[in-house]
Design a protein around this ligand. Structure first.
Ligand code: NAD
Length: 261
C-alpha cells in the first residue's frame, strides 16, 4: 500500500495554514491523500485560492475556514465547521521578542492564546470526533524552543514548553485508543517569516545576507541549513501513518542537531 492510499479518507485540519509550515504541512497531507482544511484569521480571496490550488493539483477536497486562534470559541467552531477531524495539526503561532521586564502584557496574552490555548480548545473539540471515527492523530507544531530556551522569548518559550506538556497529557489520556498525540520541534525553517528577517540581520551586523544566515540566524543549528516546510510536512505525514501508531506522547526534533548540543 502506498502512503497516498494510507491517508485517503482522512481529513486533516491544520491551524494557521495560509503560509509557512502550516501550508507546507497542508500540501504534504494532501499529496498523501488526506482531505485538508486550511485556516487563518483572515478571509481573503487568496486564502480560499490556496485551498483551490491544493484541490486542483492533488485531487483531494480542500477548504479554507476562517477562525481566529486567539479566541477559544472560534477554535472550537473551526473543528465543528470542519466536519471530520481525523488529523489535527495545531500549528498557528506568533512570536515577539523583548526582555522580561519590558515584555508587553498584551503580547504575552496573545502568544499564550494563539501558541498554546488554541491547541487546548481544538484538541478538546476534536477528540470526541476521533473517538467516534475510531482513529485519530494530534500533531502539535512546537519548536526547539519547546525543549530549550533563549533570552527575550519568554512568552514563546513558555507556550512551546507548555504545548510539549499538553502533548504528553493528551497521549496518556488516549493511550488505550487508536489515537496518538505528538509534537514536532523544528529548529529554523525557511518560511517567509524567517526569510524576511535576513536583510535586516545582514544590515544590522554589516554582513552579506549569506553570512547573516550562517553566522547569526543558523548560529545554533549545527547543520547550518534551514529545515524546509516540505520536510516538516513529511514528518507530519509520517506521524499520521500506520508506522507511527505506537509513537505517542513524544517530540520529534527537525532541527539540524540544535537540541543535541
Ligand atoms: P508563519 O507566520 O508563516 O505562519 C504562522 C501561521 O499562523 C500563519 O498562517 C498565520 O496566518 C497563522 N496565525 C497567526 N495568528 C493566527 C490567529 N490568531 N488565528 C489563526 N491563525 C493565525 O510562521 P511559521 O514559521 O510557518 O510558523 C508556524 C508554526 O511553526 C508556529 O507555531 C511557529 O512557532 C512554529 N515554528 C516555526 C519555526 C521557523 O523557523 N519558522 C521554528 C520552530 C517552530
Amino acid at each position: 500500500m502506498t502512503q497516498t492510499a494510507q491517508l485517503a479518507g482522512k481529513t486533516a485540519v491544520i491551524t494557521g495554514s495560509n503560509s509557512g509550515i502550516g501550508l507546507g504541512i497542508a500540501w504534504e497531507m494532501a499529496r498523501a491523500g488526506a482531505d485538508v482544511v486550511l485556516n487563518s484569521f483572515t478571509d481573503r480571496d487568496e486564502d480560499h485560492a490556496l485551498a483551490e490550488q491544493i484541490a486542483a493539483e492533488t485531487g483531494v477536497t480542500a477548504r479554507y475556514i476562517k477562525a481566529d486562534m486567539s479566541k477559544g470559541g472560534e477554535c472550537r467552531a473551526l473543528i465543528e465547521t470542519a466536519g471530520r477531524c481525523d488529523i489535527l495539526i495545531n500549528n498557528a503561532g506568533i512570536q515577539y521578542v523583548a526582555p522580561m521586564e519590558e515584555f508587553p502584557t498584551e503580547k504575552w496574552d496573545a502568544i499564550i492564546a494563539i501558541n498554546l490555548s488554541s491547541a487546548f480548545h481544538t484538541t478538546a473539540a476534536a477528540l470526541p470526533k476521533m473517538r467516534a471515527a475510531g482513529w485519530g492523530r494530534v500533531i502539535n507544531v512546537a519548536s526547539a524552543h519547546g525543549l530549550t530556551a533563549s533570552p527575550y522569548k519568554s512568552a514563546y518559550i513558555s507556550a512551546k514548553h507548555g504545548i510539549v506538556g499538553m502533548t504528553k497529557t493528551v497521549a496518556l489520556e488516549t493511550a488505550r485508543e487508536p489515537i496518538t498525540a505528538n509534537a514536532i520541534c523544528p529548529g529554523y525553517v525557511l518560511t517567509p517569516l524567517v526569510e524576511s528577517q535576513i536583510p535586516d540581520t545582514a544590515k544590522k551586523y554589516g554582513m552579506s545576507e549569506e553570512e547573516a544566515k550562517q553566522k547569526v540566524i543558523l548560529e545554533r543549528q549545527p547543520s547550518k541549513e534551514f529545515a524546509t516546510v516540505e520536510q516538516l510536512g513529511g514528518t507530519a505525514v509520517f506521524l499520521a501513518s500506520d508506522a507511527a501508531a505506537q509513537i505517542t506522547g513524544t517530540t520529534i526534533s527537525v532541527d539540524g542537531g540544535w537540541t543535541a548540543l
